[in-house]
Design a binder for this molecule. Structure first.
Ligand SMILES: Nc1ncnc2c1ncn2[C@@H]1O[C@H](COP(=O)(O)OS(=O)(=O)O)[C@@H](OP(=O)(O)O)[C@H]1O
Ligand SMILES: [Mg+2]
Length: 393
């Protein structure tokens, strides 16, 4: 019904407008101009108006309407569709090989990097990869026992088995130095090694960066509950974000994707925050002082790995702080690329401790940034101010 009522008159008026105002003699150029205007101006506006009106008539909430618009925009957009599908497949395979049994973390780390790099190389042979691991510890006689265990695990998820030399080559495809030009992938095969060892949160994180800008991020969290409200329910989630296409979550066992959004929060007092489990990776004492300054009363949620980015993106908490412990520590691009895009696409804001955007164009590390602050745009400025007050004390 809304289609019938709105579409006819609007389209007729639009085409009349085009006929009247596009006065180009060359017929082909005139046609091309009309098609361009139609696809870039009319179609997106019409779709947005149509779905908003439909949502309002169905008495949907503002958030439900936004979610629907996001999924329509995603369905209609095909940018990076192949990269998205390949990245999901690679991260899923790497997750699957780690779930069934208890695996030593070194074996898991190398094997996850081999699996993801092999899948990326098969699909995008010219794309360089900035990966956390290299094959040094697997080489020679001394590396043989570890090498064979990694090879065995890697071959459990590959369609066609590889040999020892192919394994080493695959891992070393992650040796790219990064930079500001062209395409590259960045991979943390197991982020949150300590969490993996404890049987808690860890993540497999893959991102596509083009000319220094993160365009796609996929994060696999094999131990994260699918629903934060049901910590004993199904575990294992995949988070996916493509620039300007929104952020999504699915479980490892299903292909159904749901949009994820930052929880609305109007003031820091009502917020909750999460930080690293490891006090050696983020300063817990300063975080406590910042929380007090902001009037936050809820205790922090401590969690390992980029699962923190995922958790705030879907509204489990409102703030993520990573406060430097060691002067001169340079954050690695694979520890933040996919997570930061996920946050931005879910409606959150990411900066460093000085309010600067994270710069992924400077090599393997975030050389020009210090720490990370993630918060809802409504409260980011206040959080930043409190962080600066405490860190400058
Ligand atoms: N000194 C220091 N400061 C800041 N960060 C550091 C530091 N040392 C290590 N790392 C990196 O922290 C990564 C783990 O991230 P988290 O701290 O979020 O998780 S965890 O709680 O430590 O498991 C961890 O990633 P993984 O090595 O992949 O686990 C490291 O890259
Ligand atoms: Mg890491």
């Amino acid at each position: 019904m809304p289609t019938f009522v709105s579409k006819g008159p609007m389209i007729t008026t639009w085409y009349r407008f085009l006929e009247r105002f596009i006065k180009i003699k060359n017929k082909n150029v005139a046609l091309l101009s009309k098609v361009t205007l139609d696809q870039t101006l009319f179609a997106p506006s019409f779709i947005a108006i149509f779905f908003t009106a439909q949502g309002m008539m169905e008495r949907k909430s503002r958030n439900q309407i936004l979610e629907q618009l996001e999924s329509v925009a995603y369905t209609l957009s095909s940018a990076y569709a192949t990269e998205r599908a390949v990245a999901i497949n690679a991260v899923l395979k790497a997750c699957m090989q780690l779930i069934p049994c208890k695996i030593p973390s070194l074996v898991a780390d190398f094997s996850a990097q081999a699996v993801v790099n092999l899948i990326l190389h098969k699909n995008f042979p010219d794309d360089p990869i900035v990966g956390e691991e290299d094959s040094g510890d697997l080489r020679g006689e001394s590396g043989k026992p570890l090498r064979l265990r990694v090879l065995e695990l890697t071959n459990t998820v590959l369609d066609s088995p590889i040999d020892e030399e192919e394994l080493l080559q695959a891992i070393d495809r992650g040796s790219y130095g990064g930079g500001s030009k062209g395409r590259m992938w960045t991979l943390d095969p197991i982020d949150g090694t300590k969490g993996f060892l404890r049987g808690e949160q860890y993540a497999i994180c893959l991102a596509l960066i083009i000319d220094g800008i993160v365009q796609l991020g996929v994060v696999g969290c094999p131990n994260l509950p699918v629903d934060h409200e049901q910590p004993d329910g199904e575990k294992g989630c995949l988070f996916i974000a493509v620039k300007n296409q929104g952020a999504f979550q699915r479980s490892l066992s299903s292909t159904d994707e749901k949009p994820v959004r930052f929880a609305d929060v109007s003031s820091p007092e009502s917020a909750s925050f999460c930080e690293s489990t490891e006090a050696a990776h983020s300063n817990h004492d300063n975080a406590t002082k910042i929380a007090a300054l902001l009037g936050i009363t809820k205790p922090p949620v401590r969690m390992d790995s980029q699962c923190k980015y995922c958790s705030v993106s879907r509204g489990d908490a409102n703030i993520y702080l990573r406060l430097p412990v060691q002067e001169g520590y340079e954050e690695k691009i694979w520890d933040h690329a996919s997570g930061s895009l996920l946050v931005e696409e879910a409606g959150g804001k990411v900066s460093d401790l000085y309010g600067k955007a994270l710069d992924f164009s400077l090599g393997r590390t975030l050389k020009s940034n210090v720490g990370v602050i993630v918060a809802h745009p409504n409260i980011h400025a206040k959080v930043l101010e409190a962080v600066q007050t405490v860190c400058n004390e």
